[in-house]
Design a protein around this ligand. Structure first.
Ligand SMILES: [Fe+2]
Length: 482
């Protein structure tokens, strides 16, 4: 395959086109004034396949994890990016070609890879327990050096995590606990269940529980509040059996409702109570908390998905499946199992985020990348960023203009700052045809005023998945960088 280019997949061209290179840039140019009290590290993970896919359709979720790190201090920025050296990456590097089927489908994986785990480590990048961890939901975390991004290896937490881990574990800043799930399909998926874990501030497992679920769904996220955990089982069904029979491994089943399993945070499987909502695509929430005895979940939800076909083989467009910011209310004391849904703001959004320091506790603002395109929607990239006051639905919007593809917008606290909007909002943005990508810095409370500063990266960084920011005065930063 040497010298071949990527196939013309929508996830390998345009704003998704992979770089296939690793860079160290010691001092990037900055347009505007980078605030002195913005000091910390911004990490982003995403899918950039080392080798072109095989004959199957490529999928955005399938590429090798590439981590970008931006170190901000004294108004200056350095960056580096590195692929995560997973066992998959090392094996395919050795044979200099793609060996795994899409999503690790065993029916289309080369026998050379039969004994190697399909781990792309491409979805999220977090600090916990003093370690930088690259996450995907199908495999254990992979630890990287937080400064050099050199791969250290899979983290198995003393044998507790040997199969799956969430790409969206929840950190409780009050005590440093990381609450996690792993979707586990055993006995060919006939007894679907998930694993629920709590890790303490040092990353030591203090609780593991196996939870039976109604069916094996792609549980990309879950909810944690001060006292509860919620397991969302959406109609996005996962079936290895269907994949081996030649169908899609992940498919939208329009005949299933959304089920939300509510359990006390330190409870047991026997205490799970299932609530029911209309069929919804829901992979990301801004935040979830308890208020007046109820659970409030501010989520990005849609009536279907463009990411996967349905169980009848039909595919829907992004425009048909716009994701709006919605509030789900669950009352654990109610006599009925109904989830109340209300639309907070109806713009099409991709990744909603809170001030992470308040995750599991009440927040009044959600940050998100959004798009104002009326025709191709999310498929052409997100051309705007948005902050929504979730009490009123009022929005603070900045539109980058035609051709822009903006990544997840995240809150970055000011050094010494404490309030919910006391800091900045950061996103990576690339314009079609531009030589540069920008790390754009906004005042978190006034996106509409436009960027305070733009860090100029002299090449195109493809659209990726999730990013996180760790301020130099956060306990997590100090623990990892000691
Ligand atoms: Fe995600």
């Amino acid at each position: 395959m040497a010298g071949t280019d990527f196939r013309p997949s929508p996830f390998l061209s345009g704003h998704h086109r992979p770089n296939r290179m690793e860079v160290d840039a010691p001092d990037l140019f900055v347009s505007g004034e980078l605030p002195e009290d913005l000091a910390g590290v911004f990490y982003r993970n995403g899918a950039e396949p080392l080798y072109p896919p095989t004959a199957e359709d490529y999928h955005w979720f399938d590429g090798d994890g590439m981590v970008y790190a931006f170190f901000l201090e004294d108004g200056r920025v350095s960056m580096r990016n590195r692929w995560v050296r997973t066992d998959k990456f090392l094996l395919e590097s050795k044979y200099r070609r793609r060996l795994f089927g899409v999503h690790g489908n065993p029916a289309t994986t080369d026998p050379l890879a039969a004994r190697t785990r399909y781990n792309t480590a491409n979805t999220n990048i977090i600090i916990h327990g003093g370690k930088l961890l690259a996450l995907m939901e199908g495999a254990p975390p992979v630890e990287l050096d937080p400064r050099t991004l050199e791969t250290i290896g899979e983290e198995h937490y003393g044998g507790v995590v040997t199969t799956t881990f969430s790409a969206h574990p929840k950190l409780d800043h009050a005590n440093g606990e990381l609450i996690n799930i792993g979707s586990v399909a055993r006995r060919g998926g006939t007894a679907p269940e998930i694993r629920y874990d709590i890790l303490d501030f040092e990353g030591v497992p203090i609780k593991t529980e196996t939870i039976p679920v109604p069916h094996q769904s792609m549980m990309h996220t879950f909810f944690v509040t001060e006292n509860y955990v919620v397991f969302p089982v959406t109609p996005l069904d996962v079936s290895i059996r269907r994949a081996i029979a030649g169908g899609p491994m992940v498919a939208w089943d329009p005949d299933r409702p959304t089920k939300l399993g509510v359990m006390p945070r330190r409870g047991t499987a026997a205490q799970v109570r299932w609530f029911e909502a209309a069929p919804r695509q829901m992979m990301h929430e801004a935040n979830v908390w308890e208020q007046d005895g109820r659970l409030i979940a501010d989520v990005a939800a849609a009536d279907g998905t463009a990411l996967f076909p349905d169980t009848h083989g039909r595919k829907r467009s992004h425009c048909e499946t716009r994701q709006s910011l919605r509030r789900w209310t669950i009352d654990p004391a109610a006599t009925t199992d109904v989830v109340r849904e209300q639309i907070i703001n109806d713009r099409d959004i991709q990744f909603p985020r809170p001030d992470d320091r308040l995750m599991t506790r009440r927040t009044d603002h959600a940050f998100a990348n959004s798009n104002l395109r009326s025709v191709d929607g999310r498929a052409d990239g997100m051309d705007a960023v948005l902050r929504v006051d979730t009490r009123t639905g009022a929005e603070d919007l900045y539109h980058f203009g035609p051709g822009a593809a903006a990544g997840e917008l995240i809150f970055a606290p000011r050094v010494g700052g404490a309030g919910e909007l006391d800091g900045y909002a950061l996103t990576l943005m690339h314009r079609a045809g531009a030589a540069e990508t920008e790390l754009v810095v906004f005042d978190a409370g006034d996106l509409a005023a436009g960027p305070l500063a733009r860090v100029l990266i002299p090449f195109a960084i493809p659209s990726g998945f999730h990013c996180n920011y760790y301020s130099i005065d956060s306990p997590l930063y100090r623990q990892a960088m000691r």
